[in-house]
Design a protein around this ligand. Structure first.
Ligand code: FAD
Ligand code: MG
Length: 314
């Protein structure tokens, strides 16, 4: 080990290349990246977190379903996590956006937008995903307030009120069959699919009202669904499955294998959260078919430990 300024530098890194100043670069400093960083920081490894600060749940005022933090503001949970992480002396925080990554011998070189280059032996992709919503007037501005995708996150607060599910594909029937546990449910087919006789029976057994007309727009204080034939259905909340997209091109640049999930592509990972590219780990929404804060923190912890142990055992 080499000691400098109170920091411990792993000798292998120091010897190989002075520019290779970090053990691990984490791209994304939200729940997943913070949790990964914490494991590495506690192993006294040199970690650089690069974060653009655009979390997926920034539209919601409260976060639910994460044990110990139920009902807190999403940014408060992230801010507490960041403060905990930054208490460790081997962690560096870089505000910015990683735009490009290249393999470099045993490590990786990341180029930030603006040109700065940083290098490390391991990379953790924790950049999350962004949501693409159906193009219906009035929908996007209610996202995270009266329009949601996750009933576990926001269903309870609707207080068993009037709930809508907007079909975006035949998969939406699963959404429609679940929601009656949270309130009286109307399934808006919006011309995207026609349930068969068996599906209609399933929906009827769950007490779901099927609305075949097209949705023209959303308006009102909460969620008024305006139908093509002029009718208006007043709701307390509307659920819709977004299409999700990886927040950055780094995984594609590296050639990591992505899998097709019900909402979009997510990174294939091993038991230790390693992607198909050795040395590249991934966690959180970027590496989950369907994510949550709890799963981001859980997979993040696994990615941090996985990346750390890979530095020792190979
Ligand atoms: P994110 O929190 O999305 O963070 C990714 C971070 O990486 C961001 O800061 C981003 O700027 C950064 N980043 C990306 N690319 C780069 C780059 N190239 N360079 C630098 N930084 C980069 N889950 C719950 O458990 N409970 C809830 O109540 C809940 N409510 C939700 C409400 C809404 C409206 C939405 C859309 C989602 C909600 N979720 C909820 C899901 C939750 O937001 C995600 O599961 C969680 O944020 C995933 O964490 P993450 O760290 O993987 O990604
Ligand atoms: Mg988030």
């Amino acid at each position: 080990m080499v000691f400098r300024d109170g920091l411990v530098f792993p000798r292998a890194v120091k010897k190989r290349n002075d520019a290779m100043s970090y053990d691990v670069i984490i791209v994304g400093g939200s729940y997943a990246g913070l949790s990964a960083g914490l494991q590495l920081a506690r192993a006294r490894r040199r970690v650089l977190v690069i974060d653009a600060g655009v979390r997926r749940n920034r539209f919601a005022s409260h976060s639910h379903g994460f044990l110990g933090q139920d009902g807190r503001a999403p940014d408060e949970i992230a801010a507490d996590g960041r403060a905990e992480l930054m208490d460790y002396p081997t962690v560096t925080w870089q505000v910015g956006e990683a735009g490009e990554v290249q393999r470099d011998g045993v490590g990786f070189v990341v180029t930030l937008r603006g040109g700065q280059r940083v290098a490390a032996r391991r990379l953790i992709l924790a950049g999350g995903v962004r949501d693409e919503l159906p193009a219906i007037d009035g929908l996007a501005e209610r996202w995270g307030r009266q329009v949601f995708h996750c009933p576990y996150c926001h269903g309870y607060e609707l207080d068993q009120g009037r709930i809508g599910v907007l079909a975006v594909s035949p998969m939406s029937i699963h959404h429609a069959l679940m929601l009656p546990d949270w309130g009286s449910t109307t399934f808006f087919l919006n011309g995207v699919f026609v349930p068969d006789a068996e599906q209609l029976q399933q929906l009827a057994r769950r007490g779901v009202v099927v609305e075949p007309d097209r949705v023209q727009s959303i308006s009102g204080e909460r969620v008024d669904v305006n139908l093509a034939d002029g009718r208006r259905v007043a709701l307390d909340g509307l659920f819709v499955m977004p299409r999700t997209h990886q927040n950055n091109p780094l995984a594609t640049q590296l050639g990591c294998v992505l899998l097709e999930g019900p909402m979009g592509l997510y990174l294939q990972t091993s038991e230790t959260q390693e992607t198909s590219v050795p040395g590249v780990f991934a966690c959180g929404d970027a590496a989950l078919a369907a994510g949550s804060v709890a799963l981001a923190v859980g997979t993040g912890a696994r990615a941090g430990a996985g990346a750390h142990q890979s530095l020792i055992f190979r």
